[in-house]
Design a protein around this ligand. Structure first.
Ligand code: SAH
Ligand code: MG
Length: 216
């Protein structure tokens, strides 16, 4: 049977600000529950307001591991004022800049998951360069430019333990379907071409790959 999040966590996920549909959330949870059996941390790039983090945290709690989530909390390009994915409720009124950290912290606290998550606030490549611990799962859901998506892959994919999982969100093979560019698709192709990862499942724009080789 596929592992599923607790009903109250799924309800919190559905209520949280964010971009992940329920079917992809369920696939994310199932992958996290499986990977967490390795006894290593789970890591997300792209916290935003904590919607997907809730699921990683619930899986981490079940397995007795920690979920890590990286974000500078200033928003991606397409989330800035004037762009399609902007939410005025994410702007810090004092600075006039996006700050999703307060919303994220409320989301996590209300779900009772604070103790199972470590939030890393900073730019993904900067954090990755300081990181050496192996990870059971890396979920790439950060910036959608080639610069950001490539840096996320290069910084974090090498940390996926043998048998661990690499997940990439917003993979759109057909340019007609994409809404913020195809950089995540190119990263997914690169992971497959590296020989280090094998595809496990596809759910919407979510790709789950397993580390079955070396070479990155
Ligand atoms: N996983 C979230 C959505 C993430 S949106 C959910 O399911 O709801 C993408 C996030 O990536 C934004 O919050 C943005 O601030 C962050 N981001 C973009 N580029 C980044 C970078 N280089 N370093 C850290 N965070 C980044
Ligand atoms: Mg996404």
């Amino acid at each position: 049977m596929t592992a599923a999040p607790k009903p109250e966590i799924l309800a919190a996920f559905e209520a949280a600000k964010g971009f992940m549909p329920v079917d992809e959330g369920l696939a994310l949870y199932a992958a996290a529950a499986e990977a967490a059996r390795l006894g290593l941390p789970l890591l997300e790039v792209g916290t935003y307001c904590g919607r997907s983090t809730l699921l990683l945290a619930d899986a981490a709690r079940e397995a007795g591991v920690t979920a890590l989530t990286v974000d500078h909390h200033r928003g991606s390009e397409e989330q800035q004022p004037g762009w399609d994915y902007h939410d005025p409720g994410t702007v810090d009124p004092e600075l006039g800049l996006m700050d999703t950290l307060p919303t994220f912290r409320r989301t996590l606290h209300r779900a009772g998951l604070e103790d199972h998550v470590v939030a890393l606030v900073g730019r993904s490549p900067v954090v990755a360069a300081l990181w050496s611990t192996s990870l059971a799962l890396v979920f790439i859901d950060g910036g959608h430019t080639d610069e950001h998506a490539t840096a996320d892959y290069e910084g974090w994919a090498p940390r996926v333990a043998p048998g661990g999982l690499l997940l990439v969100h917003d993979v759109f093979p057909d340019p007609q379907d994409e809404f913020t560019g195809q950089a995540p698709y190119r990263v997914y192709l690169r992971a497959l071409a590296s020989g280090a990862f094998t595809e496990v499942s596809v759910t919407g724009s979510l790709r789950v790959l397993r580390r079955t080789g070396t070479g990155i």
